[in-house]
Design a binder for this molecule. Structure first.
Ligand SMILES: *Cc1c(COP(=O)(O)O)cnc(C)c1O
Length: 459
C-alpha cells in the first residue's frame, strides 16, 4: 500500500505496524510503562501535508488534542496558528511562543475565570481573537471592557462525527443557530471588531462523510456572502461586514482501523474550496485540525501483567487502562494494538517478535475497577504472554490529554522523539503527586490550627 511508504517520504498515514519495534522496546525498557511516545518528526510531516493541501488557508492547530510544549513549538515553527479552548490552553500556547496574532480562543460556556484571564491577555496581545458561540458570552466580554477581535461561532445544523459525544454540529451547546447567525454577527460588529465566522462540526470527516462536510462548508460560504453583501438579501439595509476569514473547523479523520483508508487530504481540500466558493474578496478560508496533526505521531506502550483464560474469552491484563487512554471506554473508540513480544514465555527481551505466534482473540483490560476499562475486546492479537509489550497505536491525540488519576493511578510518562532523539517531556507521576493538592490544603488547615493553639482559643 502506498500509504505505508517508509517514514521520510511523508506517508499519508503512519500505522502502528510502521513503528520500529526495537526502538519502542528500548524506550519501554528505559522509561518504564505505561509510556506515551510522541514523534515530533511525524507531527512536522502532518503539518506539512496540511499546508500543502491548504496552501491558501489559515491553518490553526486545535491545541486540546495534545498540549505538550514540544508539540506546540513544533506546530508553531511549522507555521500553524493555535486554537485554544480554555485559559489553560491559551497560557500554554503563549508559553510556547505563539503571539496574539496567532492565538484564537474559542469560548464555550466560558467560566468567568477564563474570560477574566483572556481579556487580560488581550490587553497585552490585542491581535488575539475570541470566538464566541452565544450572544450572552458577547455581553460578558463587553462587561469586562473587551472590544477587540471577535469571531462568531455558528451552529450549522449539520454534523459529522464518529460518536454522538463528539458530534457537535447538531448540538445546541455549540454556536449561534444558523438562522440567527447573520443578525447576531451584525449586532456583534456594533460592539466588537468582528473578523470571522466559524463552525466546527465535531470530529470525523472521512471519505463517507464528505457530503455533510461539504454541506457545512457551503452554508458557511453562503453566510459569508450574505454578511459581505447584505444588499442582495432580506437584510438589505444592513452595513456590509469586512470579514477576514471563514473558519470551517477541524475533524479531519485519521484511520484508526488498520484496514481503513487514510483521508485523501487533497480531495477534502478541493471539496472544501469548491463548497465555500465564491468567497467575498479578502476573505480567507481557515481550518482547525487537531487530531490530524498529532494522532498517528503517538503510541501508548503497555506491558502485559496477567493472562487469564476464561470459558468465554482470553483476558490480557496490562498496566495501562482507561485512566491512561480514555477513548475506548468513553467513545467505544478503536485503537490498533500490536504485540511487540519480549515476554517471559517467549524467552525474554531478546526473543523474536511474536510474528509466528497464532492470532488469538483477546480482551485487553487495564487495572481500573470498571467494566469499561478495556483497550479492545475480542481482538485477534499475536497470542500475548506475560511480560509482552503492547503498542497501542494512533494514541497521540486526546490520549495523554484525557489521562486522569481515577483509582489513584498516577498519570503515565511521555517521551518525545525529536530528530531521532528521545527525551522525557512529561515525567511519570508518583504516588506523592496524587496527594499534592490535598496536602497543600491540609497544610493550610494545620497552620490555622497552630495559630489557634498559640492564641489559646478552643474551637
Ligand atoms: C476539538 C476542536 C477542533 C479539532 O477537532 P479534531 O477532531 O481534533 O480535528 C477544532 N475546532 C474546535 C472548535 C474544537 O473544539
Amino acid at each position: 500500500m502506498s500509504e505505508t511508504e517508509p517514514v521520510g517520504e511523508n506517508p499519508v498515514a503512519r500505522r502502528v505496524s510502521d513503528w520500529n519495534a526495537d526502538r519502542l522496546a528500548d524506550l519501554a525498557a528505559e522509561y518504564g510503562t505505561p509510556l506515551y511516545v510522541q514523534d515530533i518528526d511525524r507531527v512536522r510531516e502532518n503539518c506539512e501535508r496540511l499546508r500543502d493541501a491548504f496552501p491558501d488557508a489559515d491553518v490553526r492547530y486545535a491545541v486540546k488534542a495534545h498540549t505538550g510544549r514540544v508539540v506546540l513549538e513544533a506546530v508553531r515553527e511549522a507555521g500553524l496558528d493555535a486554537e485554544c479552548a480554555s485559559a489553560g490552553e491559551v497560557d500554554r500556547a503563549l508559553a510556547a511562543g505563539f503571539g496574539g496574532d496567532r492565538l484564537h480562543y474559542t469560548a464555550v460556556n466560558p467560566p468567568a475565570r477564563d474570560l477574566d484571564y483572556v481579556v487580560g491577555v488581550a490587553e497585552a496581545e490585542p491581535d488575539l481573537t475570541v470566538t464566541v458561540g452565544a450572544v450572552d458570552t458577547l455581553d460578558r466580554l463587553a462587561e469586562r471592557g473587551y472590544d477587540g477581535r471577535v469571531c462568531v461561532r455558528v451552529n450549522p445544523g449539520v454534523g459529522a462525527g464518529h460518536h454522538e459525544k463528539v458530534r457537535t454540529g447538531g448540538a445546541a451547546k455549540f454556536g449561534v443557530p444558523y438562522d440567527r447567525a447573520a443578525e447576531a454577527t451584525r449586532n456583534a460588529a456594533e460592539r466588537f471588531d468582528v473578523v470571522g465566522i466559524h463552525a466546527h462540526a465535531g470530529s470525523g470527516i472521512d471519505p463517507d462523510q464528505l457530503d455533510s462536510h461539504r454541506e457545512l462548508v457551503a452554508r458557511m460560504g453562503e453566510l459569508a456572502r450574505e454578511l459581505a453583501a447584505p444588499g442582495e438579501s432580506a437584510a438589505g439595509d444592513a452595513a456590509p461586514l469586512d470579514l477576514e476569514y471563514v473558519d470551517v473547523g477541524g475533524g479531519f479523520g485519521v484511520p484508526y482501523r488498520e484496514d481503513a483508508p487514510a483521508l485523501d487530504l487533497p480531495a477534502v481540500a478541493e471539496a472544501t474550496r469548491e463548497a465555500v466558493a465564491p468567497l467575498p474578496a479578502g476573505v480567507d478560508l481557515a481550518i482547525e485540525p487537531g487530531r490530524y496533526v498529532v494522532a498517528d505521531a503517538g503510541v501508548l506502550l503497555a506491558r502485559v501483567n496477567t493472562v487469564k483464560p476464561t470459558p468465554d474469552e482470553r483476558v490480557v491484563g496490562v498496566d495501562a487502562g482507561m485512566t491512561d487512554l480514555l477513548r475506548p471506554a468513553m467513545y467505544d473508540a478503536y485503537h490498533p494494538i500490536r504485540n511487540l513480544g519480549g515476554g517471559r514465555e517467549s524467552g525474554g527481551r531478546d526473543a523474536p517478535t511474536p510474528g509466528d505466534r497464532s492470532a488469538t482473540p483477546v480482551t485487553v483490560a487495564g487495572p481500573i475497577c470498571e467494566t469499561g476499562d478495556t483497550l479492545c475486546m475480542d481482538r485477534a492479537l499475536a497470542d500475548p504472554a506475560r511480560g509482552d509489550l503492547l503498542a497501542v497505536g494512533i494514541a497521540g491525540a486526546y490520549g495523554y490529554e484525557m489521562a486522569n488519576q481515577y483509582n489513584s493511578r498516577p498519570r503515565p510518562a511521555e517521551v518525545a522523539v525529536d530528530d531521532g532523539t528521545a527525551a522525557v517531556v512529561r515525567r511519570r507521576e508518583t504516588l506523592g503527586d496524587l496527594t499534592t493538592v490535598e496536602r497543600d490544603a491540609n497544610r493550610n488547615r494545620t497552620d490555622r490550627t497552630d495559630r489557634t493553639d498559640r492564641t489559646g482559643t478552643d474551637r
